[in-house]
Design a protein around this ligand. Structure first.
Ligand code: SAH
Length: 266
């Protein structure tokens, strides 16, 4: 048993060793382009019995599956309501119990705002063997596609990854965010799930003391054909002029204004 894999009796030398019957691999699918899959992800996707995939997993990635593989959507896709977390875990346990070799495919990295922790806890308590394959997370990949380094020695020695999902309205999660402390502590902020609430996020950051001329980058559908890069300021974002269609990463800070114009867009 490998000490690295908690609660599992999986035994493998390499992450890409073939799955065994009844084993689940929690696999990061990266931001979209199949080119950004890890070798282990590509191999396991191509050689498994069932793939349980989230809405953000791209068709390009799913197309790597063998024709005989059972493709099971677990998130909102094509208007279907999303499955509850319990249902997803139950599906994984059921498939593994049938002796299937299961890939649980999640966008980006499975443990970054991906509820991967909940899934491995359920697998471990059901005695199911599993392994985890990290993925390229959108919060790093999307800025990179826009030529924005998430850290730059002259700008920041720390970075905050946040969810923008709970910002806005009067949702409970909003009160968990200490905006003043946040802008004090972190020169660069990267929001996942921030597209819808971008104006509210910008307004709160200005209220917390950030200059309204602070640069904002919005990168939608990074690495996919419909990739959309927009650069503005907290002011244009607060006014709703800087718009983003989901999925998008919002990055705020001087690294955005200093972005390397290797795509010829600056
Ligand atoms: N586990 C994922 C994040 C899941 S949360 C990861 O590590 O990347 C979903 C959010 O991820 C989206 O709302 C969006 O903010 C971001 N995201 C995922 N794929 C993206 C893409 N191709 N381009 C831009 N943002 C993306």
């Amino acid at each position: 048993m490998s000490d690295r894999i908690l609660g599992s009796d999986t035994n493998f030398a390499n992450l890409s060793d073939p799955l065994r019957a009844g084993e689940v691999a929690l696999v990061g699918a990266g931001p979209g382009a199949a080119d950004l899959l890890t070798l282990a992800a590509a191999k396991l996707i191509a050689d498994c019995d069932a793939i349980v995939f989230d809405a953000l997993v791209s068709d390009e990635v799913l197309n790597l599956a063998d024709v005989g593989t059972d493709l099971i959507p677990a998130g909102k896709r094509g208007g279907r309501p999303s499955a509850s977390q319990d249902d997803i875990s139950d599906t994984l346990i059921e498939l593994a119990g049938e002796g299937k070799r299961v890939v649980r495919l999640k966008g980006g990295d499975p443990f970054v705002f991906g509820r991967g922790g909940e899934e491995i806890r359920a697998l471990a308590s059901a005695g199911i063997a599993f392994r985890v394959i990290p993925g390229v997370t959108a919060g790093v990949a999307a800025p990179a596609m826009a030529g924005i380094p998430v850290t730059d020695r002259s700008v920041n020695s720390s970075i905050a990854f946040l969810t923008g999902h709970e910002v806005g309205g009067h949702e409970a999660g909003d009160s968990r965010m200490d905006w003043a402390a946040l802008v004090q502590a972190f020169p660069v902020l990267v929001f996942y799930m921030g597209a819808k609430n971008l104006p509210q996020i910008a307004q709160r950051l200005i209220a917390a003391g950030l200059s309204d001329s602070t640069a904002v980058g919005v990168i939608g559908s990074a690495t996919l054909p419909e990739e959309d890069i927009q650069i503005g300021t907290l002011l244009t974002a607060a006014c709703g002029e800087l718009k983003a269609a989901s999925p998008a990463i919002v990055i705020i800070g001087e690294v955005v204004s200093d972005r390397v114009a290797w795509r010829g867009e600056a």
